[in-house]
Design a protein around this ligand. Structure first.
Ligand code: HEC
Length: 174
């Protein structure tokens, strides 16, 4: 059986992973429209010129790779220090996100849809029911924008680019 149907076994394993999101797969389906941004974040925007500012991007890279946050795993009840790279990976061609469900910033399909306000909101408040921590108390607003400017280069072949895409979803909570 195992030898005859390796593909069947593999697909069954894959399907069972999809069926049990508690195993850590994304809580938010990548094909669904993005969650609307809470009103309090609707006016948060990338400072002018920062998407392509090399100095800002270099500082963002440093934050991404070195800053860590102590937070508690819900189920394991243990405190861990994690940085962006611990979960989202270091930017290299073969380095997939390290934690299951952590978004892949190299995916322009996804990243081109995020408004700057959405991006800031998710970084600041984290994503409930997932391991994405809230960084709002650890990083200043400026630091959050820097790290976003850096992350944005991932979906543009690691080059600075203006975040100006027709796919951007600008929905705000009513
Ligand atoms: C402990 C793991 C972990 C750490 C540390 C972490 N993330 Fe995340 N992050 C995740 C997961 C998991 C998701 C996916 C949440 C979901 O399902 O919507 C995520 C989602 C995001 C999103 C939303 C992307 C989207 O497409 O909706 C952004 C932005 C983000 N992370 C930025 C950061 C930044 C910046 C840092 C560091 C300052 C960081 N993350 C650190 C696990 C982590």
């Amino acid at each position: 059986m195992l030898r005859k149907f390796p593909l069947l076994i593999l697909s069954l394993m894959f399907i069972s992973l999809l069926a049990f999101p508690s195993l850590g797969l994304a809580a938010e389906d990548d094909d669904k429209p993005l969650k609307p941004v809470p009103k309090a974040f609707a006016d948060k925007h990338m400072p002018s010129g920062w998407w392509t500012d090399e100095k800002v991007i270099a500082e963002g890279k440093k934050i991404f790779e070195t800053r860590k946050l102590e937070y508690e795993y819900k189920r394991k009840k243990k405190v861990a220090k994690e940085g962006c790279a611990t979960c989202h990976g270091i930017n290299a061609k073969k380095d997939r996100p390290k934690k299951r469900g952590a978004k892949d910033f190299r995916s322009s399909n996804r990243m081109n849809r995020l408004s700057d306000s959405y991006w800031f909101w998710r970084t600041s408040e984290g994503v409930k029911k997932t391991s994405m921590p809230a960084w709002g108390k650890e990083l200043s607003e400026e630091e959050i924008w820097k790290v976003i400017a850096y992350e944005h280069t991932w979906s543009h072949g690691n080059k600075p680019a203006v975040h100006d895409h027709k796919e951007i979803e600008n929905t705000v909570e009513k």
